[in-house]
Design a protein around this ligand. Structure first.
Ligand code: ATR
Length: 480
């Protein structure tokens, strides 16, 4: 029989696959004693064998793991989302005591987080749904962290999370986002924007490649763009991916990777929730659909065989101009995706009473996470102290769109005429043109709806609700 361990650890991590292991090591590197537990003891043993001297208290029983934690106990769960998380929470809830804090660092759906938070609150436990972005490397060396949970619980867990987070100009990329599901919601939208960002970069690449630029030229172009306003992690890694030569064939790796993009679901969730909340996020939706098309083998085989394209080949007269125009299209689309994602967060915050500070969200994304980009500091500054109805109303963004306007339109128009698919770019431009339109054809849609379904309409010149007697004398009735 083993004796109960002394409570010496300030934080514990359950789940020691790559993310959990790296997060545990990150805590240890910041001077914390870290209790570690994994359902299968072999993973714990592996961690101890490789990094045992970094400051861990390993346990093979969950009860011993809990006993080794100082109070209030702080437990970070890094297990498989869904059933794994629920099973772990249930087991922990039996062992923890009121005032203890449970953090789910996985990519949970925010509705699950709301449910779990409410259930644990009943037991006096603080449950935190925490979005963590930055991949394996970020988890180890400083991720962007988006915590949602009670303000009281944050006092106990927040400082530790801020310690291990990425820093931007010395400021932690971690701040209390809001209660219950707020953190996981923001992380989900982060991922939605990430989908859009990646799609835009891929479209820029595709347009340039289709115009005859070599992979080397395109890689150099991205590297050049990365010294300006497009400076971002995703552009940086794009150059590296393009530079990679396949050892087996000697070809560019990008030419031997199968062109079917995977997804784990956070982009799809973003679009589903945006549909429910009525927030237009067409750039993110197109990015999710673009991945779907890429994986739809039958559809593509039929399309390749039967669907006609444009008559002329793509041979732009002025390549330098095209490159500059594509840069402007990329910048414009990126701004639209941020605007849409932040609009979704703002709307969810109002819907769920989360009181999310959009400037703070932008500040957390400036370092550590996958969408980290120079532009985010500007976005933070534009939102700070201003209640913007949309990012597109921010002065420096208006100037940027005006400056990019002509070139972006030319690039997108050229791509469409040449038959190069640019669903993300086109969605961004359509959105801009919709929101700036003085009149939308929605008036005609209202007329159609009234015609076939007596759905009624409003007039621009009078109060009230109206209906035209379409199948009779076509006179108009005022209904209220
Ligand atoms: P990977 O990240 O390597 O793909 P995973 O299947 O997503 O692995 O699991 C990640 C972590 O969740 C692992 O620590 C796993 O524990 P095991 O090492 O025992 O497989 C943990 N995990 C998954 N399901 C779990 C469950 N029902 N209860 C507890 N932990 C679970």
């Amino acid at each position: 029989m083993t004796s109960t361990p002394a409570a010496t650890a300030q934080v514990g991590v359950v789940g020691l696959a790559v993310m959990g292991r790296n997060l545990a090591r990150n805590f240890a590197h910041h001077g914390y004693t870290v209790a570690v537990y994994n359902r299968t003891a072999a993973r714990t043993e592996e961690l101890m064998a490789a990094y045992g001297d970094e400051g861990f208290v390993p346990a093979t029983e969950l009860a011993d793991f809990v006993a080794s934690l100082e109070r209030p106990r702080r437990v970070v769960i890094m297990v498989q989302a869904g059933k794994g998380t629920d099973a772990t929470i249930d087991a922990l809830a039996e062992l923890l005591e009121p005032g203890d804090i449970v953090v789910d660092g996985g990519n949970a759906h925010y509705e699950d987080t709301r449910r779990r938070e409410a259930a644990l609150r009943e037991k006096g436990l603080h449950f935190f749904g925490v979005g963590i972005s930055g991949g394996e490397e970020g988890a180890l060396n400083g991720p962007s962290i988006m915590p949602g949970g009670s303000a009281e619980g944050y006092k106990a867990i927040g400082p530790l999370l801020e310690d291990i987070s990425a820093k931007y100009d010395g400021e932690p990329c971690c701040a209390h986002i809001g209660p219950d599901g707020a953190g996981h919601f923001v992380k989900m939208v982060h991922n939605g924007i990430e989908y859009a960002d990646m799609e835009f970069i891929a479209e820029a690449y595709d347009v340039l490649r289709s115009a005859g630029l070599s992979i080397e030229e395109i890689s150099a172009t991205f590297r050049q763009w990365n010294t300006g306003d497009l400076d971002s992690y995703l552009i940086e890694i794009t150059s590296e991916v393009l530079d990679q030569v396949d050892a087996k064939t000697g070809k560019a790796l990008v030419d031997v990777i199968a062109d079917s993009a995977g997804q784990k679901g956070t982009g799809r969730w973003t679009v589903q929730i945006a549909l429910e909340l009525g927030v237009p996020v067409n750039t993110i939706a197109e990015s999710v659909f673009a991945r779907s098309v890429s994986g739809h083998a039958d559809l593509r085989a039929a399309g390749q065989e039967h669907v006609p394209g444009p008559a002329h080949s793509f041979d732009p007269a002025d390549r330098a101009q095209l490159v500059e125009d594509v840069r402007k299209a990329l910048w414009t689309a990126k701004v639209v995706a941020y605007a849409q994602g932040l609009d979704l967060i703002r709307t969810a915050s109002l819907t769920y009473d989360w009181n999310i500070d959009v400037a703070s969200v932008a500040s957390l994304w400036r370092a550590g996470c996958i969408i980290r980009a120079r532009l985010l500091e500007r976005i933070r500054a534009e939102y700070a102290g201003h209640n913007l109805p949309t990012l597109l109303a921010a002065p420096s963004i208006i100037d940027g769109i005006a400056e990019a306007n002509e070139g972006a339109r030319r690039a997108i128009g050229t791509a469409m005429q040449a038959g190069v698919p640019v669903p993300g770019f086109a969605a961004a431009l359509a959105y801009l043109d919709q929101v700036r339109a003085q009149r939308l054809p929605a008036a005609l849609i209202q007329g159609q709806r009234d015609y076939f379904g007596a759905h009624t309409y409003q007039r621009t010149d009078a109060e009230g609700t109206f209906h035209t007697e379409w199948s009779a004398d076509r006179s108009e009735t005022k209904l209220d």
